[in-house]
Structures are given as C-alpha cells and as structure tokens.
Design a binder for this molecule. Structure first.
Ligand SMILES: Nc1ncnc2c1ncn2[C@@H]1O[C@H](COP(=O)(O)OP(=O)(O)OP(=O)(O)O)[C@@H](O)[C@H]1O
Length: 348
C-alpha cells in the first residue's frame, strides 16, 4: 500500500552521497503526492547544480519503485540561502564544540591522528599517506587525509582528483576517493598557483581545515606534514598533542640522518612515534633478486636512535594502473605491504 508514511520511511534509507545522511533528515524531501500508483515529489538539493543529482535521482526512484509505485516524478529544486545556512549550522553543531573547538580533538573523540613526516622532500611521505589511508579504508575504517603540506600540496594530483569540494556556506564537504575523505590546500588554489603565506596565516588555515570541514565520523585522520620541522609541524604539534607520528625515510644514511631531526622533534613534542617507514628500500629484479639502490641500514639506524621500530619496508615499483595515480593496487607488492602496515596499526 502506497502511503506518504511508507514513502518517507523508504526515503529515510536514501543518503545524500556527500553528507552521508538521510535525505529525509536533511529536509531534502518535500511535497509528496500520491495518485494511485504514481508518486510525485520534490527533492531540494543543498546547492544548485549538485554534481551528484543523478545519483540521488536513481536512489530515490529505486527506493519508491521497491514500494510498488509504477511511476515516480521528481522535481528538483535547491535550498534557499537561509535553509542552507540553517542546515550548515546544524551539521557544524555536531562538528564543533560551543567553544569553537573541533569535536574530533576532544580526548574521547575516538579519532586517531597519525602525522606522516619526513626530514626532507621527495622520500615518499605523500605516497605513504595516501596508500596507508586507502589500506585502512579497505579494512573498513573511516579515514580522512588532511594534506597539511600547504606550500607543497600534492595529494589531489597524486590521487587524480580534479574536482573541488562542495561548499555549504563556508564549510567544505571533503572530496572522497577510494573510500577516503580528502582535504587539501590544492583544492583552493587556481591552476596550481603557489601558496605564499607566512606562519600565522598558515596556522589559521590548518584550524580552518579542521573546523570548517564536515569530516563526519572518522576512525583515522592522516596528516601529510610538509618535510622538515617548520611552522606547520610546530602548529600541528600544539594543536593536536595526541597525534602519533610515522617517520618516512629512504635507506640512505644521509636521508635518515636528516629524518632524525623530524623524529627528535616528535619526541620533543611528546608525540608518540609509531615507527619508521623505509621507502624505496630496494628494487626487486625479474630474477627475484633484491637490489639495494640507496644502500641499506639507514632506517634501522634511525629507528634505533628514536627507540622505535622499522614498521614497513616499501620497494621501488610503479602503481599498476597506467592512470598516473599513486594509489597502488591492493594485489601488488606495495599494496600488500600497506595492507600489512594498516593491519598492524589497528593493534598499536
Ligand atoms: N616506492 C616507490 N616506488 C616508486 N616511486 C615512488 C615510490 N615512493 C614514491 N615514489 C615516487 O617518488 C616521488 C616522490 O614521492 P612523494 O611525493 O610521495 O614524496 P614526498 O616525500 O611526499 O615529497 P614532497 O616532500 O615533495 O611532498 C613521486 O613521484 C612518487 O610517485
């Protein structure tokens, strides 16, 4: 039997694909009319021209047809500025305390912050951030990446994201790829323009990324820090004292010597060090022989110095798909290393 109540109940199961909440709870369903087996209704999108309109339409039609409706007519509209402001305020209320502090920073939030750091650039910090995040998401965890490498942001390009986050007022809905929510300064600059900010401005942006992003419920937030021990790393340490750190290095002794500064800073800020990841550890030839192109022992030496362990050794390899993405296939040598690392972290 088709009743308004049945239709509303069915649509409660349909989520907005970006906000991950029921379109009924978000007040997007209006004016339901039933004539025999025909249903007409309005769907009010959060923003005009919402890119996921087709997905919402399909989900609504399927949900109503499953009730036995023969035809479903949907008229799309968009929220007024006032409605959008009210919705954003109610979503933000779950995100931020009355004092304006992100809820996820509260000690009992259940969010684990893992900062990925390195002594110098180009050792694979972003590669580790992305692939560890994807591996944790494949294990069913709710994961976000905050690309805090404000000047040297590279996550959007490395994950082949050319879409910008949807903005609800001044609040961003993070872009999702491979089941991971992503925020990066790269989304807010035009045509890859460089960012030229100094310390205080930077600090404000990181806060903004935490406060004005609808992260939703997360188990892990991975933070891709800029290389070295500069302003962003210091601010992050002050803002998120509970963050844990993974230090990425190559096996080269000189690289690990530089990385030791980042590690010693983590110790200084009392951040727990989860371990050292040795990237570009070796190259495995077709004969199965391991070639240690950058030498051996640097990561172990660093781990000893920091009284921690080498928690993963990642070989040289190109990502499988020829798409330019830096996400490694789950069933590849590197994909498997990251799966093991993610599994180990669940118990750390
Ligand atoms: N294990 C690996 N095998 C092959 N290529 C790799 C590996 N790790 C990283 N790379 C490549 O090396 C380059 C540098 O990696 P990445 O950007 O992750 O380093 P980074 O430390 O984050 O650098 P930056 O400090 O500039 O942000 C990238 O082109 C990446 O695809």
């Amino acid at each position: 039997m088709l009743t308004k109540e049945n239709v509303v109940n069915a649509l409660k199961q349909v989520n907005d694909p970006e906000l991950h909440q029921s379109i009924v709870d978000l007040n997007m369903v209006r004016n339901i009319h039933i004539h025999d087996n025909h249903i007409a209704l309005d769907i009010i999108l959060t923003i005009p021209g919402c890119p996921l309109k087709a997905k919402i339409q399909q989900d609504v039609e399927e949900a109503i047809q499953a009730l036995g409706a023969s035809t479903v007519t949907i008229s799309f509209g968009s929220m007024t500025d006032q409605e959008r402001r009210t919705l954003t305020a109610s979503l933000q209320a779950k995100n931020v305390t009355d004092q304006g502090m992100p809820n996820m920073l509260l000690p009992n939030s259940g969010v684990q912050f893992i900062a990925i750091t390195s002594g110098k650039g180009g050792v694979g910090k972003s590669t580790v951030t992305i692939n560890l995040a994807v591996a944790l998401a494949r294990l069913g965890k709710r994961v976000g990446i905050l690309d805090a490498d404000i000047y040297g942001f590279s996550i959007p390009a490395m994950m082949k994201i050319d879409q910008k986050p949807t903005m609800l007022d001044q609040t961003a809905i993070p872009v999702e790829r491979h089941g991971v929510k992503i925020m990066s300064m790269g989304f807010f600059t035009n045509d890859n323009q460089p960012v030229m900010w100094r310390g205080p401005m930077l600090n404000k942006w990181i806060r903004n990324f935490l406060v004005n992003t609808l992260w939703g419920d997360l188990d892990y937030l991975l933070i891709d820090l800029p290389p070295g021990t500069g302003d962003v790393a210091i601010d992050m340490a002050a803002m998120i004292p509970q963050a844990q750190e993974i230090i990425v290095t190559t096996p080269h002794l000189a690289a690990s010597h530089v990385a030791s500064r980042a590690g010693l800073m983590a110790q200084h800020t009392k951040h727990r060090i989860l371990g050292v990841v040795e990237n570009m550890a070796y190259f495995e030839g077709a004969d199965g022989q391991k070639n240690y192109l950058f030498g051996q022992g640097g990561a172990e030496q660093l781990a000893d110095l920091l009284q921690t362990d080498v928690i993963a050794q990642i070989p040289f390899a190109q990502p499988e798909e020829n798409t330019g993405s830096s996400v490694y296939d789950e069933v590849s040598i590197i994909g498997e290393v990251f799966t093991h690392l993610a599994e180990d972290l669940l118990y750390k």
